[in-house]
Design a protein around this ligand. Sequence first.
Ligand code: AMP
Length: 287
Amino acid sequence: MNIVLLGPPGAGKGTQAKRLEERYGLIQLSTGDMLRAAVASGSEIGQRAKAIMEAGQLVPDEVVIALIADRIDRPDAKKGFILDGFPRTTKQAEALDRMLAEKGIRLDHVIEMKVDDALLVDRISGRYTCAKCGAGYHDRNQKPKVDGVCDACGSTEFKRRADDNAETVSKRLEAYHAQTAPILPYYRAKGALKSVDGMAPIDDVTVALGAILDGAARPKAKAKPAGRAKAKPKAKRAGKAKAKAKKRPKARKKPARGKRKARPARGRRPASKAARRSRKPARRRKK
Ligand code: AMP
């Protein structure tokens, strides 16, 4: 199963992608993570991307398209992937379509996580992760159980992203609305776009995503045919017709000729009882 998760920065794509990875045995492919790794390694791509990312702008299309093309080819992506943060422009969406067509890979779901901008600035500017295992936390909404200690691995080192500050977040949101939101109609026109409420609690969002993914994963045989049912073979149809005829209630038999009630002649139907009672008795003839 191959999925694209769309949504503004801070919508929860990364968090949900991690959960889907575990549940469906997929691999999360985050262009943001790849670029951060490139920046940390000091590679040529990293050096090019660093300033752009810190300014909250988008890295050039050819750079991220090349990153994804290379990543999708690796063996661990063969079991299925979740694209998180890619595509982010119409050019990237078109490049992805071409790339997948060439490789004979199908895109099964494109899911948009909807969130209001007002909530995003608060969400993003308060988030941080464990430096060792990457578990996500938030200053207000999701603190570790023991202050300063990671719930998952016990590490006491945490880190914040350089671009997770209020000023850069506003820039990233601008970039999302100007360059990424226009790809929603692109997928909607293909009939591929589904949406979930990204403002719901994390577990509820996971349930909503699962409903979309499991719904489509149900065996096809159980699904009702969308259009006209296929014509059945003649022999079967004939058999069914006979069975139907048997079930039909029998028509009432007409009584034999002699036993039939004589029908009154036209215009001389018997009057109702009430009508007969109200009639005056016939005058007797004088003798
Ligand atoms: P993210 O971790 O997805 O929020 O991405 C962090 C930053 O990496 C973004 O603000 C962009 O500067 C850059 N980036 C990540 N993915 C892409 C992409 N598909 N296209 C262009 N820039 C990207």
